[in-house]
Write a protein that binds this ligand. Structure first.
Ligand code: ATP
Ligand code: HSE
Length: 315
């Protein structure tokens, strides 16, 4: 019998300025993914084993087979959880733009791993989900807020395990994003980073990252100082000069603007009264006012509610 599940996963902004590979914020922008699988032992395999359909962002660019990131994540997770599917159907309704610094790959991975947990039906902890999602993504700062919502501080412990802690964000913080029409692969942006940085820059970022947690949770008036970075944004400027120019312009106007994730989108930690100015300065960009997503990824329809059904088309 086929079991099916629907998962809703939020966009995320990693780094938030000084918190490179550690801090992340969950945003109120979502992909919805339907996954159906038959994981019975000895079930007759269907042909093809994996079917993928995609509506929305990235629909023309992603593979439609087992190489699709959601399908790949479901298959890895089911294997990890001791299950072998005889068929897998994935339908994605994508809203998060790809390669823009808004955590699209983390959202796809988290959707796949959470769907697999639901389909596997066992006692699999959030910690196990975080480990697997981190392994698939390569760093934890997007997958942690995608899973847990709010502001997350993620790190890798001495045993190599991904860990994360979550904080609520101050209600006055209004995240806005300015999204360009061009994309930048995270891999390319990571390739621009130096192997070592001046000690003074490391000291600067350590202090600002600590301040940023305080500013985002309790003291939003400190956000401009708290979002200063010296470890990654300027090094990546050659790959996204317009992004760095917009960040600098916004900051000159007193707005706490940073490169979102690996770019090229700009994240502004605004207040309601800043919205007009951000839209004015971001003319020519796709500007959205978002909310902070507090709960993180959610299972919208559980496997047992959809037993035997095909996933619904959300397009
Ligand atoms: N929903 C999805 N379905 C399938 N593949 C996806 C999906 N989302 C992202 N991808 C894959 O991941 C790539 C984008 O990942 P990348 O890490 O470069 O950017 P990002 O995750 O959007 O941004 P960032 O990591 O900076 O926040 C896409 O080009 C595509 O190959
Ligand atoms: N911390 C990551 C986030 C993007 O996935 C980076 O900036 O490379």
């Amino acid at each position: 019998m086929t079991r099916a599940v629907r998962v809703r996963v939020p966009a995320t902004a990693a780094n938030i300025g000084p918190g490179f590979d550690a801090l992340g914020l969950a945003l109120g922008m979502y992909d919805v993914v339907d996954v159906a699988a038959d994981t019975r032992t000895g079930a007759e395999p269907r042909s093809p084993l994996v079917r993928v359909s995609v509506a929305g962002n990235g629909a023309d660019d992603v593979p439609r087979d087992e190489n699709h990131l959601v399908a790949r994540s479901v298959l890895s997770a089911l294997a990890e959880f001791g299950k072998q599917p005889s068929m897998l159907d994935v339908h994605c309704h994508n809203v998060i733009p790809h390669g823009r610094g808004l955590g699209s790959s983390a959202a796809a991975i988290v959707a796949g791993v959470l769907a697999a947990r639901e389909l596997a039906g066992g006692e699999i902890t959030d910690d196990a989900v975080l480990q697997l999602a981190n392994r698939l993504e390569g760093h934890p700062d997007n997958v942690a807020p995608c899973l847990f919502g709010g502001l997350t501080i993620a790190w890798i412990d001495d045993a190599g395990m991904a860990r994360a802690t979550r904080r609520d964000v101050h209600p006055d913080v209004r995240p806005m994003v300015c999204v360009p029409s061009t994309s930048l692969a995270t891999e390319t942006a990571r390739g621009l980073l130096p192997a070592s940085v001046p000690h003074a820059d490391a000291v600067h970022n350590a202090g600002r990252a600590a301040l940023l947690v305080d500013a985002l949770t309790d003291r939003p008036e400190l956000l401009l100082d708290a979002t200063e970075d010296r470890l990654h944004q300027a090094y990546r400027e050659p790959a996204m000069p317009e992004t760095l120019a917009l960040v600098r312009t916004m900051r000159r106007h007193g707005l706490a603007a940073v490169v979102s994730g690996a770019g090229p989108s700009v994240l502004v930690l605004a207040r309601d009264e800043d919205e007009g100015r951000v839209r004015e300065l971001g003319a020519g960009w796709h500007v959205s006012t978002l909310t902070v997503e507090h709960a993180g990824a959610t299972i919208e329809t559980r496997a047992d509610d959809m037993l035997g059904s095909r996933p619904a088309d959300t397009s």
